[in-house]
Design a protein around this ligand. Structure first.
Ligand code: ADP
Length: 259
């Protein structure tokens, strides 16, 4: 039975993009956008033509993370031309709305904006597009997972139980809509004291790895809780480009290789 007849939206490819992966998390604040942007920069460092699409309409953070601002120009075919920094093309609702103004839109407008960002951006030929999804399993996530031809999804979680319980729901959502799960990344796994080098697992050590075993999905690796990761992100120069030889940048490079 065709998808339309079953009430499912038609799957639509994004033009001129070879591979699309979604980076998701069940909760906000676990570092999903930070990881999405560092992964995108790692793909670009591998030599891939890379883009990142910020689909978080209510809390876009890609403009800040990539130090990008200004309104995108329109192409001859009236498509949005992404802004570029550090070799990564980026599109975000944050480029189209005033920074200080909250987006207070009803569902329909959100969906309309999302459709524009997804299908009216002129990527001009990409090897890989990273979709930074909003946290949770709401309307936007469902639309994307059901409509976009996704090559796979990565789920980011911190190791503590409250985050993990919801992360499992996220994984289940992707399974339900037949999106391949590339695996989970454990963020903020360990804190190494800069004064005495003691390692502390503030949120737990193995939660995400154990969850992966239970769910029978790949565990992709760890990113430590590191003050530089946060500071680099805040100043719009993520660790993969600001400290390319650091341990954390190396971790992002090896995560990117597994995806
Ligand atoms: P989310 O997209 O899940 O809401 P963010 O990527 O915005 O989360 O991260 C939330 C905050 O945590 C940001 O201030 C970010 O810089 C910080 N952060 C994320 N990952 C790390 C990390 N590994 N170490 C230190 N700070 C981090």
């Amino acid at each position: 039975i065709p998808r339309r007849a079953r009430g499912l939206p038609q799957k639509q490819p994004i033009q001129n993009v070879s591979k699309i992966i979604a980076v998701s998390s069940a909760k906000g604040g676990v570092g999903k956008s930070t990881i999405a942007v560092n992964l995108a920069l790692a793909f670009a460092r591998q030599g891939l033509r890379t883009g990142i699409l910020d689909t978080d309409i209510f809390g876009p953070s890609i403009p800040t993370l990539l130090n990008l601002s200004g309104e995108p120009r329109l192409s001859e075919s009236q498509q949005l031309i992404p802004l570029t920094n550090y070799g990564v093309k980026a599109m975000s609702i944050g480029f189209l709305t005033a920074e200080s103004q909250p987006v207070a839109w009803r569902g329909l407008m959100v969906m309309k904006a999302l459709q524009q960002l997804l299908y009216k951006t002129d990527w001009g030929g990409l090897d890989i597009l990273v979709l930074d999804l909003p946290p949770g399993t709401g309307d936007v996530q469902l639309t994307i997972t059901q409509e976009v031809v996704l090559d796979g999804a990565v789920v980011v979680s911190t190791p503590q139980d409250v985050a993990l319980k919801d992360a499992v729901k996220g994984v289940t959502m992707f399974k339900l809509v037949n999106v391949p799960i590339l695996g989970m990344i454990q963020n903020m796994s360990v804190f190494t004291c800069p004064a005495c080098n003691t390692n502390t697992h503030i949120f737990g050590a193995k939660g995400v790895k154990r969850a992966c075993e239970n769910l029978d999905i790949p565990f992709l690796g760890n990113i430590p809780l590191d003050a530089d990761v946060c500071a680099d992100a805040d100043r719009g120069k993520p660790s993969v480009v600001s400290q390319p030889d650091s341990a954390v940048a190396t971790s992002f490079m090896s995560l990117a290789e597994k995806i």
